[in-house]
Design a protein around this ligand. Structure first.
Ligand code: CAA
Length: 391
């Protein structure tokens, strides 16, 4: 029997502020229904300079790991496409801030929104070899297309932390997975550009094509597997995207009861994403948390599909199995409280925060203040990013 490894703990951290999509749409002269229904977003997380990707990652991880875990963690792996340095990984910052056992390694993985999926797979493979040890995986990103651009309603910010162990309490991840790579320019972020480059309609088309290709590959490799998947979760750049993928698969295959079953679970899997926006590497796992917290019809033992898509483009379908007491470890009320603690911004406040440029002169920046309790980015001294903890 395959040793069971997977997600033992999972935590979410989003910034203190958000903007209401109806308010922003009205201000932009767009019919709000286009964004709430056509794209499927209600609120969008807005990060200040102090809640950068390192702070988001450290705060997400801090919520789930104990002192005992810190001694058992052999690796800290961060999946991100919003790195703060070409060389130094976000994982080393987090390792230091959380005071994780020094005899561990820490590094970053990049491939657009797919990076954290590679990190999770790597973590699971490691724990299969060393079942007594643990790996901390974090997805952290800030998505920026620019004010008044077509990508604007699909921005967001946040981090997801996962502790990978043997005999996990939430979801086992199978060794068998299904992947596909296709070198394309649908969405990319040149090093010297503040904003993402995107060929929007091509990107949504490519996503759908890749989903169909991966599922056709599953059909060829393990014919009965798809019908055993009770619910399918997706990378959700915006929450209409998974539905578009399901429609594309139906168009390619014809109607099938399994597609209707996946549709029946879909709304639960996007509740949280509707309130946060696109968090790139974390979006798939935000959707997983959403499904586990909000879908009362699921039962332990059932199989969950996780479709990861990273522009450029790499896709992979992971297969998970719900563990007996998973509900106890994904606390719906705590998640709601975390989102409800946020303050709404006016459009004017959102634009001011969005355009705030760090005052970086010769590697120095003005000191920053914390938005709330937790880790925050405090500014740059001698080209070195400084992080503090607000008690
Ligand atoms: N009421 C209801 N629905 C309406 C509406 C109204 N008044 N007006 C328009 N709509 C619908 C449209 O019919 C459309 O729905 P369908 O796609 O189902 O037909 C939807 O609203 C969006 O309309 P448009 O396509 O006209 O929107 P747009 O041209 O402004 O751009 C976008 C949408 C391409 C997603 C753009 O926001 C974008 O480029 N976003 C960034 C790229 C992105 O997220 N791509 C996703 C795939 S790539 C990926 O997954 C990686 C990643 O994370 C970036």
């Amino acid at each position: 029997k395959e040793l069971e490894v997977g997600i033992d703990k999972i935590g979410l951290y989003v910034p203190k502020y958000y903007i209401d999509m109806k308010e922003l749409a009205t201000y932009r002269g767009v019919d709000p229904n286009k964004w709430t229904i056509g794209i499927g977003q209600e609120q969008m997380a807005v990060p200040t300079l102090a809640s950068d990707v390192v702070a988001l990652a450290a705060n997400a991880a801090n919520q789930i790991i104990t002192e005992e875990d810190k001694g058992l963690i052999d690796q800290v792996i961060v999946g991100t496409e919003s790195g703060v340095d070409h060389s130094k990984s976000i994982a080393t910052f987090v390792h230091g801030l959380l005071e994780i056992n020094p005899f561990a390694k820490a590094f970053e993985i990049k491939q657009a929104c797919y990076g954290a999926t590679a990190a999770l797979q790597l973590a699971c493979d490691y724990v299969r070899l060393r079942p007594e040890r643990k790996v901390l995986v974090i997805a952290t990103d800030i998505s920026r297309y620019g004010l008044d651009t077509s990508g604007e309603p699909t921005q967001g910010a946040g981090a997801i932390a996962m502790l990978v162990s043997a005999n996990p309490k939430i979801l086992t991840i199978r060794q068998e997975s299904f992947m596909h790579t296709n070198h394309q320019f649908d969405f990319w972020r040149p090093n010297d550009s503040e904003y993402a480059m995107v060929d929007g309609h091509f990107s949504t088309k490519l996503y759908q094509d890749e989903f169909v290709k991966v599922l056709e590959h599953v059909e060829a490799m393990n014919p009965s597997l798809l019908e055993r998947i009770e619910a399918m979760t997706f990378h959700l750049p915006f929450t209409k995207m998974g539905l578009k993928a399901l429609n594309a698969y139906e168009e390619a295959k014809g109607s099938h009861p399994i597609i209707d079953k996946w549709r029946s679970h879909y709304d639960a899997s996007r509740v949280l994403n509707r309130r946060v926006g696109n968090i790139y590497t974390g979006s798939l796992f935000l959707s997983l948390i959403s499904l586990l917290a909000k879908d009362d019809t699921l039962s332990a033992g059932e199989t969950i599909g996780l479709f990861s898509y990273g522009s450029g483009a790499v896709s992979e379908l992971l297969i998970g199995q719900l563990q007996p007491d998973y509900r106890q470890y994904v606390n719906s009320e705590e998640i709601e409280q975390h989102l409800d603690r946020r303050d709404a911004l006016t459009v004017e406040q959102y634009e001011t925060i969005f355009l705030e440029k760090q005052l970086v002169n010769d590697g120095q920046s003005a000191p920053l203040t914390a938005d709330e309790v937790g880790f925050y980015f405090a500014g740059i001294t001698d080209y070195k990013r400084q992080y503090h903890y607000q008690a």
